[in-house]
Design a protein around this ligand. Structure first.
Ligand code: KMH
Ligand code: ZN
Length: 303
């Protein structure tokens, strides 16, 4: 394994060794990458009126969140009935609209909803985003199952490399970290040459959202990998503190929590980003602007 290859180095071939993560630029190490996940696939608009579900609502949210300190937007979209969809035309329009209105790195979800098929999830890359999520294993997801068998993970990862899309490895459990090592060992480095992970903590069925688990998961990551963490529901704030103190980055948003505090619904995604940015500033690692986030993650400039 190496952690000193230059960021942006082309992906290695299939025979490459595992652990191709690179050392982030010095400035990026002192900042906090904030990702906003504004919508998700689980909450209903009728139950959560502040959830952005139309393209206009999403673009407005994205602008507010960039102003508050976000550099990446993790995107799920909805149809005219506000239900989750992976409709390719809508995804393509969404990527274009977010690029037009913001400087955010546009990361499309390939996880979709638990009901989405593998073919539709692979086809998300046809919308040509900057980045995409890539979950490294199956996980119980409340009463449902979020299915990510090895052949699908491998096919999706191979497609990200082919299309020049930067993957963010979503890790819901320690077993997912083992699968990440297998993936990098079998197929080589991601597009952009840098490994960035997101620890998704507190899903009922996945790893719990607490500091001890976070430290354990981080210690198992490939050397040189960067990581963010997100705590689902009431684990949101404890995971922010744990991630900042362990040197990680942050993901927040209404995909992951719809309560700002006990008994107080989230009013907007921007207030979650503002809180994360404030805490990052207190930790002496202020939010990274999108251009520095691009350099950190190995995301190309605007196409
Ligand atoms: N909605 C979850 C079933 C992702 O975006 O890649 C999956 C999810 C992960 O949200
Ligand atoms: Zn998601």
């Amino acid at each position: 394994m190496t952690n000193d290859a230059p960021t942006g180095r082309p992906a290695a071939g299939p025979a490459a060794q595992p652990g191709p993560a690179t050392r982030p630029a010095a400035s990026a190490q002192h900042g906090t990458l904030i990702t906003v996940a504004p919508t998700g696939a689980e909450s209903q608009k009728s139950a959560v009126p502040a959830l952005p579900v139309t393209l206009d609502e999403l673009v407005t949210t994205a602008k507010e969140c960039q102003a508050a300190g976000a550099a990446v937007i993790h995107v799920h979209i909805r149809d005219d009935q506000a239900q989750p969809t992976l409709d390719l035309a809508r995804l393509t329009d969404t990527v274009a609209a977010l690029r037009e209105s913001t400087d955010l790195i546009v990361q499309l979800s390939t996880g979709g909803a638990v009901t989405d098929g593998f073919g539709a999830r692979l086809a998300v890359l046809d919308a040509a985003p900057d980045a995409c999520s890539l979950t490294c294993g199956t996980v119980n997801f409340g009463d449902e199952v979020f299915s990510n068998p090895w052949p699908f993970i491998r096919d999706l990862y191979a497609l990200t490399r082919e299309r020049g899309v930067v993957p963010e490895f979503e890790l819901f459990d320690l077993g997912h970290v083992a699968t990440l090592h297998r993936l990098l060992g079998d197929l080589g480095a991601p597009h952009g040459g840098h490994v960035h992970c997101d620890l998704v903590m507190g899903v009922p069925g996945g790893m719990p959202g607490n500091a001890a688990t976070l430290v354990q998961a981080v210690s198992a990551l490939p050397p040189g990998a960067t990581w963010s963490a997100t705590g689902i529901g009431r684990t949101s704030v404890p995971v922010i503190f744990a991630a900042l103190s362990a040197g990680g980055h942050l993901r927040v948003g209404m995909e992951d929590t719809v309560s700002f505090a006990r008994g107080r619904p989230v009013a907007s995604n921007a207030e979650l980003v503002e809180r994360a940015a404030t805490l990052a500033g207190l930790a002496q690692r202020p939010p990274l602007p999108p251009d520095q986030a691009r350099a950190l993650l190995g995301v190309n400039g605007r196409r």
